[in-house]
Design a protein around this ligand. Structure first.
Ligand SMILES: CC(=O)SCCNC(=O)CCNC(=O)[C@H](O)C(C)(C)COP(=O)(O)OP(=O)(O)OC[C@H]1O[C@@H](n2cnc3c(N)ncnc32)[C@H](O)[C@@H]1OP(=O)(O)O
Ligand SMILES: CC(=O)C(=O)O
Length: 488
C-alpha cells in the first residue's frame, strides 16, 4: 500500500482547506491519504489538544504523528521530563486509535537519539506500540547518519520491537536513498520520502530511485508495476508544477540518465544495447540517447548519421571526425546543436546546399536619430540564377538579419513562412579576453513538425549569429524538401 501525506491539518488554512477538499474530491486508486501532526503538548491533555483534534477532524483514516526520540530534544526543545515525553507518545497514539485512526509514529531523531540514549529511543517506540500504533518509523531527522551505521542500530530495534517499522531519511549527508535501501534490506516495510527528493534543507529521500531500485532490482512491491513506466513523466511533471527543474543527471528519470557521449561507450552499446545501461530505460519511461562531441568516435557518428537517414562512408567518417574535433576545439558545441551537426555530416558526404548562396550582408544600428534604436540589415543572395538584394528593419541585428533573409528567400521558398526562431543564446567562451572574446551563438528553430538548433562561433557576434541563422534556414529547407520526398 502507498500513502500520500497531505500536510498538517490545523497548521495553516491551506492545509486545512486541502484536507476539506481532498477527502471529498480526490479519488485515489492505489494509495491512501495521510494527515500529519505531532503528539500532544507536554503536560497537556489529549482531549483538548488542538493538533490531535484537527487530525481526527481531518476525515482521513491514516495519521502520522511525530514524537521526540532523542533525550537531548526532550530536555532542551520540549523542556520536559523523559517520563512525560513517553506519556505524550502513549496518550496521543491511544487517543487517535480510539477515534478509529490507523497511526504511524514518526520517531524524530531516532538514529541520533539511539546513539546517545538507546534505552530512551527504544522506550519511545514501545510507548507508541502500547498506544496501538501500526508502524513505527525511525527518522534520521538531521540527515547525518551514514549507511555503515544503519545495520547495527536497526538490528537492535528488530531484537526489541515486534511491530513493523518504516524509515524516514533526510539527505544532509547525501545518503538518504542509500540508507533507505539498506533499511529495506533490514526489514523496513515503509519508506517515507518525497518524489524528486524535495524537502527542507537538502531534501528528503528521493522516492524515484527508491521505487525504481526496489521494484526493478529487488523485486519488492512498491507502486503498481504498470505505473513504473510513468516514473519519468511523473517526476518531470512534478518538477514543472513545482518550478524546481530536475537536473539532467537525475538517476533514472533525468534527460541525461541514459545519454551516451563517450566514444568507447557508444561503440560498445552499438554491439550490446545494455553495455552501459544499468536498466532498460523503457522500464521507467525514459530512453537512450547519443550525443556527438569531441569525445565521439566513429561509431557515435555512424549511429547519429543513421538516425538522420544518412549513410556515412569510411572516408567521410574519418574526415568528419577530424573536422568535428577541430571545430569543438575552436568552441563549437555540437552536443546541443543537432542542426549544425546534421549539416556537418551532409558536407562530409560532399553535399553542397543548393538553396541559396550568400554574397554579402551588413547590419547597422543607428542610435542617434530619434527615441528608438533602429537596426537595419541588408543581405545579398543568389537563388538559382537570380541575384536578390533585401533590406529589413528589426529590433536588433539578429532580428533584422532574419527579416532580410526571409524577404530575400520567401518568394522562392514559401515554406519558410512556417519556420519560427524560438530562442537565441550567446555565451562568451574566453572571458579573460573581454570584448575581444570568442562567442558561441545557439539558435533554436521550429516549424509545425520539428525543432532544430544551430550554432556559430566567432570573435564577431554578428558573424556568429549570421552563420547560425543561415544554417537554420538551410535546415528548414532540407526538412521541407526531405518531407516532400525530393533529393536530400
Ligand atoms: C521533525 C519534523 O520535521 S516534523 C514536521 C514539522 N513540521 C512543521 O513544523 C510544519 C507545521 N508547523 C506549524 O505550523 C507550527 O509549528 C505548529 C502549528 C505545529 C505549532 O505552532 P505553535 O503552536 O506556534 O508552536 P511553535 O511552532 O512555536 O513551537 C513548537 C511547540 O511544539 C512543541 N513540540 C515540538 N515537537 C513536539 C512534539 N513532537 N510533540 C509535541 N509537542 C511538540 C514544542 O515544545 C513547542 O511547544 P511549547 O512552546 O509549548 O514548548
Ligand atoms: C518526521 C520528520 O520529518 C523527521 O523526523 O525527520
Amino acid at each position: 500500500m502507498q500513502f500520500i501525506e497531505g500536510g498538517w491539518p490545523g497548521a495553516n488554512p491551506k492545509d486545512a482547506a486541502f484536507f476539506a477538499r481532498a477527502t471529498s474530491e480526490l479519488k485515489l486508486h492505489s494509495s491512501r491519504l495521510v494527515a500529519f501532526g505531532s503528539t500532544r503538548r507536554a503536560n497537556g491533555d489529549v482531549e483538548n489538544d488542538p493538533n490531535l483534534r484537527a487530525l481526527v477532524a481531518s476525515g482521513v483514516a491514516d495519521v502520522c504523528i511525530v514524537a521526540k526520540a532523542w533525550d537531548y530534544h526532550v530536555v532542551h526543545a520540549l523542556r520536559t521530563s523523559l517520563e512525560e515525553a513517553l506519556a505524550m507518545v502513549r496518550d496521543s497514539v491511544a487517543f487517535l486509535v480510539g477515534h478509529g485512526c490507523n497511526v504511524f509514529l514518526d520517531a524524530e531523531h531516532f538514529f541520533d537519539g539511539f546513539k546517545g540514549n538507546p534505552d530512551f529511543a527504544i522506550a519511545v517506540l514501545s510507548a507508541a506500540a502500547e498506544g496501538g500504533a501500526s508502524t513505527l518509523v525511525l527518522c534520521d531527522t538531521n540527515g547525518g547518519t551514514l549507511p555503515s551505521e544503519i545495520p547495527s542500530i536497526i538490528s537492535k530495534v528488530n531484537d526489541q520491537i515486534a511491530l513493523p517499522f518504516g524509515v524516514h531519511f533526510h539527505n544532509d549527508s547525501g545518503c538518504a536513498v542509500a540508507n533507505s535501501l539498506i533499511a529495506v534490506d533490514l526489514g523496513a516495510t515503509q519508506v517515507q520520502g518525497c518524489l524528486n527528493g524535495y524537502g527542507e534543507r537538502t531534501g528528503n529521500a528521493n522516492l524515484v530511485p527508491i521505487i525504481a531500485a526496489l521494484s526493478l532490482k529487488q523485486a519488492i512491491s512498491t507502486i503498481p508495476p504498470q505505473n513504473l513506466q510513468l516514473l519519468t513523466t511523473t517526476a518531470r511533471h512534478i518538477a514543472e508544477i513545482t518550478n524546481l527543474p530536475l537536473s539532467p543527471q537525475t538517476p533514472y528519470v533525468g534527460s541525461s540518465a541514459f545519454t551516451h557521449k563517450a566514444g568507447l561507450h557508444v561503440s560498445a552499446i552499438a554491439r550490446r544495447s545494455d553495455a552501459y545501461e544499468h536498466i532498460n530505460p523503457d522500464l521507467v519511461g525514459n530512453h537512450s540517447r547519443f550525443v556527438v562531441s569531441e569525445m565521439a568516435g566513429r561509431q557515435t557518428l555512424l549511429i547519429k548519421a543513421g538516425e538522420l537517414g544518412l549513410e556515412l562512408t569510411d572516408d567521410a567518417t574519418t574526415s568528419l571526425l577530424q573536422r568535428l574535433k577541430d571545430l569543438e576545439h575552436q568552441g563549437y558545441h555540437f552536443e546541443v546543436a543537432d542542426g549544425s551537426l546534421e549539416l556537418l555530416m551532409r558536407h562530409a558526404l560532399g553535399w553542397v546546399q543548393p538553396y541559396f548562396e550568400v554574397e554579402s550582408y551588413r547590419v547597422a544600428t543607428d542610435g542617434y536619430h530619434g527615441p528608438e534604436l533602429l537596426t537595419e540589415a541588408t543581405v545579398k543572395v543568389r537563388v538559382n540564377d537570380n541575384r536578390i538584394i533585401a533590406t529589413a528593419e528589426g529590433n536588433g541585428p539578429v532580428h533584422a538579419l532574419d527579416q532580410a533573409l526571409r524577404q530575400a528567400l520567401q518568394t522562392t521558398y514559401p515554406s519558410l513562412k512556417t519556420m519560427g526562431l524560438d530562442d537565441y543564446k550567446v555565451r562568451v567562451l574566453d572571458t579573460s579576453s573581454g570584448t575581444d572574446a570568442v562567442v558561441r551563438v545557439l539558435i533554436d528553430f521550429s516549424d509545425s513538425e520539428t525543432q532544430w538548433t544551430t550554432t556559430g562561433v566567432s570573435t564577431n557576434i554578428i558573424e556568429a549569429s549570421f552563420s547560425a541563422l543561415t544554417e537554420g534556414f538551410v535546415l528548414a529547407l532540407v526538412k521541407t524538401t526531405s518531407s516532400e520526398g525530393s533529393a536530400q
